[in-house]
Design a protein around this ligand. Structure first.
Ligand SMILES: [Zn+2]
Length: 186
């Protein structure tokens, strides 16, 4: 991935503009990416979802400006219990989606989830897919970026979501973790 001063400036602007708030979103990809990707699941393919549409938003809104991939992942909707099994070892964690590698993103089929929120979660997880393709290894940056894109998507689509929020404690990250790469040290 190409990094330059403009890229760093964008991130600094985003981080220092939004770091004071709490996060409402619980997505665990980075924290739990080491959990088994072979978890049994009865996921169903939701053919009515066009991953390309959400993927295009992920590409458009990512500050990293990832290139358009050759293809987007399949979106599979699964019960929250299965997500918890996949990501949290079956614990009752607050999770709405996950990406565990490969070409599938999993999103909760919870009927109580507002549709706008569900769409934003799909976009969030596709950002992780793009990050994987580009070899982004900084876990904190991955989550920061995905949360930022999710927030941007909801805002653009008319939701009143307030300022950007990132739960540093939840993700066990600090702003330095997000910024600490050689590209910022010049
Ligand atoms: Zn995430």
């Amino acid at each position: 991935m190409r990094r330059n001063r403009g890229w760093g400036a964008r991130w600094r602007g985003i981080i220092f503009g939004g770091m004071r708030n709490l996060c409402l979103v619980a997505l665990f990809y980075g924290l739990f990416s080491l959990t088994s990707s072979s978890a049994q699941t009865s996921a169903r393919v939701e053919t009515s979802v066009r991953a390309e549409t959400f993927g295009e938003w992920a590409v458009r809104l990512s500050p990293s400006r990832y290139p358009e991939p050759a293809q987007y992942p399949t979106v599979k909707f699964v019960p929250k219990l299965e997500l918890q099994e996949m990501v949290c070892g079956g614990a009752d964690c607050d999770i709405a989606g996950t990406y565990l590698g490969g070409d599938i993103v999993y999103v909760s089929d919870d009927p109580g989830m507002p549709e706008g929120k569900r769409e934003a979660v799909i976009v969030h997880e596709i950002v992780h897919y793009l990050q994987k393709l580009q070899g982004q290894t900084n876990r904190c940056r991955r989550e920061y970026e995905a949360n930022y894109v999710e927030w941007s998507y909801r805002q653009i689509h008319g939701e009143l979501v307030g300022d950007f929020q990132f739960d540093w404690e939840f993700y066990r990250c600090t702003p330095l973790d997000v910024l600490s790469e050689r590209s910022f040290l010049r």
